[in-house]
Design a binder for this molecule. Structure first.
Ligand code: HEM
Length: 471
């Protein structure tokens, strides 16, 4: 209360009234765009993404997958998870962070909210109509779904682009990495338009190679580049790391981006039935470049270096450091797996199996992405980070569920491919525990207001501020 009084006194009555009026206006206008997009993201994750993934996994592992249009549903799950859950989460967090990072306010909040709603509607239409019988209504709604996803993302990016243009901050490396990530997302949504035309022509399933190219651009391209960009911006200060080697880091990102593009081109050349060996060679070269890129980025970010000084808030900094290191460990594993398959193929071995591809995808999605969302969310989302610090044990349990879930899932999938006993059970258990971890994270976040608090509840020292402020 004492700290609260300090904040109130500092702001003054008029300031307090202004903040209250502004917050009231925001909530009556439907809330801060960040709040709206985060809620859409988590709702899609709970109601359609994780729940559907779990049903698919359990039916697969119990041998009853044939009772469902299984393959079509996996594609719906993949799109909802990447564009809906992860994409809207990232776009919503951007609405929170970019004004601080770029010292420039969002001018058109409605544009971002409209964009987020269009993406969500597009995904729901896709989920409803991909598996229905061919009809004019199905064709029209599937077309609208692809347009909705693309226009929705484009609207959000338009607003963030304006914000960056207005900023007087010098262009920084992290902005270029983030731009590459958004570029991959837009490219994947163009390809998604092509995929939807195959559905409109009557198929219920997008051809495997085309679908894999889209997943590659979204998961390995968009998501990983976004995390690289944000990590470049916040980790050196949050973890008190030595200054990153920008040149080495830039080369690492270039190698990674080239790798992603080669793997996606490999899938696409297989999709259009170009000489299959070339497609396979492109994938192998791409996987090795991706791996080299990740190693270079992690090394040059100095992530595993000792901090330059002890933290003034060790109870906050140290769990965060551990979580980030575990998350990046998952990134290394998720890229090592395709690199291993690439070496195997180049030595005359077999192409990666379905279970191996599922394992590498979920090492990235369940391992890396979910860990980094939980870690960064607990550190940079204003209302939620305060909640996570107050409930530090529950936050540890949440993170443990995510890690154990991903570990069981990846080992289980790899083991199922090799027909090992108990592997299917491990994969199913991993999916269940991972989903519990996601629920433990998302339910409080849905309840807690993720907007910046109007009043500083405590007045941090200058040292604390520079260490803990995301902007
Ligand atoms: C713990 C929760 C999850 C469960 C139980 C689950 C389950 C599944 C299952 C059974 C498949 C089908 C196998 C395959 O095609 O690889 C699948 C595919 C996929 N999942 Fe998940 N998943 C989960 C989390 C996630 C997350 C967090 C993401 C990404 C943000 C994700 C992205 C994907 C993608 C991209 C595919 C491939 C879809 C396609 O072939 O088009 N999953 N998932």
């Amino acid at each position: 209360m004492k700290g609260m009084r300090t904040g109130t006194e500092k702001l003054g009555t008029t300031g307090l009234e202004n903040v209250t009026v502004r917050r009231h206006r925001e909530s009556s206008a439907g809330g801060h765009p960040s709040q709206v997009l985060l809620r859409l993201s988590l709702s899609l994750g709970i109601l359609a993404g994780f729940s559907l993934g779990l049903i698919l996994l359990l039916t697969q592992e119990t041998g009853s997958a044939s009772v469902l249009p299984w393959t079509a549903l996996t594609q719906i799950h993949g799109q909802i998870q990447i564009v809906g859950f992860a994409g809207l989460f990232i776009l919503g967090t951007a609405a929170q962070l970019l004004p601080g990072f770029l010292s420039s306010p969002i001018e058109n909040r409605t544009r971002i909210v409209t964009g987020g709603v269009l993406v969500a509607i597009g995904l729901l239409l896709r989920a409803t109509f991909q598996i229905s019988e061919p009809s004019v209504l199905r064709s029209a709604t599937l077309g609208i779904s692809a347009l909705g996803e693309f226009i929705g993302v484009a609207l959000c990016l338009w607003e963030y682009g304006q914000l960056a243009r207005r900023s007087i901050q010098p262009r920084d490396q992290w902005q270029m990495i983030v731009a590459a990530g958004f570029g991959f997302l837009l490219l994947s949504l163009v390809l998604n338009g092509v995929a939807v035309t195959t559905l409109i022509r009557g198929s219920k399933v997008v051809p495997w190679n085309l679908d894999a190219a889209i997943v590659q651009l979204e998961l390995w391209g968009f998501i990983v580049c976004m995390v690289f960009g944000v990590s470049r911006k916040i980790l050196p200060r949050f973890l008190l790391l030595p200054a990153p080697n920008n040149h080495g880091l830039g080369m690492g990102v270039l190698s990674y981006v080239a790798g992603v593009a080669l793997v996606a081109s490999g899938w696409l050349s297989l999709a259009v039935s170009l000489a299959p060996p070339i497609g396979s060679d492109l994938q192998s070269a791409g996987a090795l470049l991706q791996m080299a890129g990740v190693v270079a980025v992690v090394w040059n970010l100095r992530l595993f270096y000792r901090p330059t000084r002890p933290s003034s808030a060790p109870a906050v900094t140290e769990p965060f450091r551990r979580w980030v290191i575990i998350a990046f460990g998952w990134l290394l594993i998720a890229n090592a797996l395709p690199a291993i398959w690439a070496v195997r193929v180049s030595l005359g071995g077999i192409e990666p199996s379905f279970f191996e591809i599922t394992a590498e995808r979920h090492a990235l999605a369940q391992g890396f992405l979910l860990s980094i969302i939980v870690a960064y969310g607990a550190r940079i989302l204003p209302g939620y980070s305060a909640w996570a610090i107050r409930h530090s044990r529950l936050s540890e349990v949440t993170f443990a569920c995510v890690t154990i879930g991903a570990l069981l899932r990846v080992i289980g999938e790899l083991g199922t491919g090799s027909a090992l006993p108990f592997a299917a059970m491990a994969a199913a258990g991993g999916g269940t525990v991972g989903t519990i971890g996601f629920l433990l994270f998302s339910i409080p976040l849905l309840v807690v207001d993720p907007r910046p608090a109007p009043l500083a509840k405590v007045r941090p020292s200058e040292k604390d501020k520079s260490e803990n402020r995301p902007g």
